[in-house]
Design a protein around this ligand. Structure first.
Ligand code: NAD
Ligand code: ZN
Ligand code: ZN
Length: 336
């Protein structure tokens, strides 16, 4: 099968011919139709984070396609089912986190396109218990980004604790952020979108943002306090330390700053302001299978739609270059 393989940190990915994986009793083999390109894949290939990915690596954790083979233990799915393979490749199912419905915190989890090979390939192996079915009304390419960007931002908005009618700022309107804006509107929030460039901010406006701010033209936190007295919640998907500083400073008293983006840097937190303002700072990591089902349902009902551009797997190095420069509007999806 054709696959894009990364062999050295910051090296180019190569299109290689790999054997089709063999199905174990708990696995499904998915013939991949499309896979979204997440900034996490770029972090993986660059070895940006303290926990390193397997190497060589087939990245990709927004893969969607059709089940072609089933392990003998997988009885709730059928050959021909349309499914997606999320970042949470598998979890143990019996630790305190799994039992509490917080499987994305499981210490024994595997991650697609990180600790195991992912979906930048014609076929991808998955744990049958952790794939999620795609609603019939959704096409493959539009469904793919929901398996990470969608579920992550939908979950982060739930974690934010914001209520309908409150102000929520989305800092970073890239692959994740452009979906965050839409989920936030669908959940009844007033939305401020922060990023840079006419195209990204125009897209945010089109997707329902009530206020858009260009971080190169203003100081977003100051503008947010001037215009709405601070945000009740902020979801930060920016891949930049200054983005996180601005996100934190945009929260009004008693509000919550939800950290989602993963630049490999520290975020300085002023203790005095955090205490006196009663501000919460919380991390949010992808979502559970149930979050994913809910997030897909929003799209099936037409309330959320990933803005995508389809490219070929062979274009992956150019896609990464554009992503590093911040030049992608919405999500790139590679089709097989
Ligand atoms: P992306 O490259 O598509 O989007 C990032 C956006 O941030 C870009 O539009 C960029 O212009 C913008 N940005 C940069 N600096 C900014 C600033 N100072 N203020 C506002 N915006 C700024 O990336 P993506 O695929 O959306 O991923 C974003 C981050 O989220 C990555 O670090 C990724 O690893 C992480 N991520 C986290 C989770 C999670 O579960 N927490 C899940 C998926 C991705
Ligand atoms: Zn991702
Ligand atoms: Zn567990």
């Amino acid at each position: 099968m054709k696959a894009a393989v990364n062999s050295t940190y910051k090296g180019k990915l190569e299109i290689s011919d790999l054997p089709i994986p063999t199905v174990g009793v708990n696995d499904v083999l998915v013939k991949i139709a499309a896979c979204g390109v997440c900034h996490t894949d770029l972090h993986a290939c660059h070895g940006d984070w303290p926990v390193k990915p397997k190497m060589p690596l087939v990245p990709g954790h927004e893969g969607v396609g059709v089940i072609e083979q089933l392990g003998s233990n997988i009885t709730h799915l059928e050959i021909g089912d349309r499914v997606g393979i999320p970042w949470l490749y598998s979890a143990c199912g019996h630790c305190e986190f799994c039992l509490e419905g917080k499987e994305s915190l499981c210490l024994s989890q595997h991650n697609t396109g990180y600790s195991v090979d992912g979906s930048y390939a014609e076929y991808c192996l998955a744990d049958g218990n952790y794939v999620v079915k795609i609603p019939e009304s959704l096409g493959f390419s539009e469904a793919a980004p929901l398996f990470c960007a969608g579920v992550t931002t939908y979950k982060a908005l739930k974690v934010s604790g914001a209520k309908p009618g409150e102000w929520v700022a989305i800092v970073g309107v890239g692959g994740l952020g452009h979906l965050a804006v839409q989920y936030a509107k669908a959940m009844g929030f007033n939305v401020i979108a922060v990023d840079t460039g006419v195209e990204k901010l125009a897209l945010a406006k089109e997707l329902g943002a009530d206020i858009t701010l260009d971080f190169k033209e203003c100081v977003p936190s100051e503008a947010i306090f001037e215009q709405v007295r601070g945000a009740h919640a902020v979801v930060c998907t920016a891949v930049s330390k200054p983005g996180f500083e601005q996100a934190y400073k945009s929260v009004r008293r008693g509000g919550k700053c939800v950290l989602v983006g993963l630049p490999p840097e520290e975020m300085p937190l002023p203790i005095f302001d955090t205490v006196l303002n009663g501000v919460s700072v919380v991390g949010s990591i992808v979502g559970t299978r149930r979050d994913l089902q809910e997030c897909l349902e929003f799209a099936a009902q037409g309330k959320v739609k990933a803005i995508i551009e389809e490219k070929r797997l062979e274009d992956i190095n150019d896609i990464f270059d554009d992503m590093l420069k911040g030049e992608i509007n919405g999500r790139i999806v590679v089709t097989m």
